[in-house]
Design a binder for this molecule. Structure first.
Ligand SMILES: [Zn+2]
Length: 157
């Protein structure tokens, strides 16, 4: 099964469990003007939960996936792992910040499981496309779209 853009749905119980955790993280994010509230968690290739993150958890205009990666004690742990994120990882960022897609590629993450595509309200995101071009598998969890968009009412009028 695929979504309307051709991204594969996952029915895996662990994927569903970790997406719930990512959604809980997203709810911790304090809304900011022109920035989404996203949650993430990072799981090792052996299926071990490594870190979590949410938008602006760490100082600066940090993103959820970025926080999860920054909180790793050993950056090599992410290699071969899965990044769970409530929203499609960003493909462009302003003011010299590295897009989450690039951070994910740099960390040798091989799988991304997301809740929703990034809505087109702020920028046109090409996250899925770029990840797939780099051989990273991308999956979407069915039925969580509303929960993932709920913390973003300040942008999605
Ligand atoms: Zn990002």
């Amino acid at each position: 099964m695929m979504d309307e853009y051709g991204t594969q749905y996952t029915q895996d119980n662990n994927d569903i469990k970790y997406m719930s955790l990512a959604i809980e993280q997203a709810k911790k994010s304090i809304p900011a003007e022109k920035a989404y509230c996203v949650g993430a968690c990072l799981v090792s290739k052996d299926g071990e939960l490594l870190t979590t993150g949410f938008s602006r958890e760490l100082p600066g205009n940090t993103h959820a996936e970025q926080c999860a990666l920054l909180k790793l004690q050993d950056p090599n742990l992410a290699s071969g792992g899965t990044m769970y994120t409530t929203m499609e990882p960003c493909s462009t960022r302003l003011s010299g910040n590295i897009p989450c897609v690039q951070n994910i590629i740099n960390a040798n993450i091989t799988r991304v499981v997301m809740g929703v595509r990034e809505p087109p309200n702020l920028v046109q995101c090409e996250g899925v496309q770029l990840l797939e071009q780099h051989g990273i598998q991308v999956f979407i969890v069915p039925g969580v779209q509303e929960e993932c968009l709920a913390p973003n009412k300040h942008i999605l009028h």
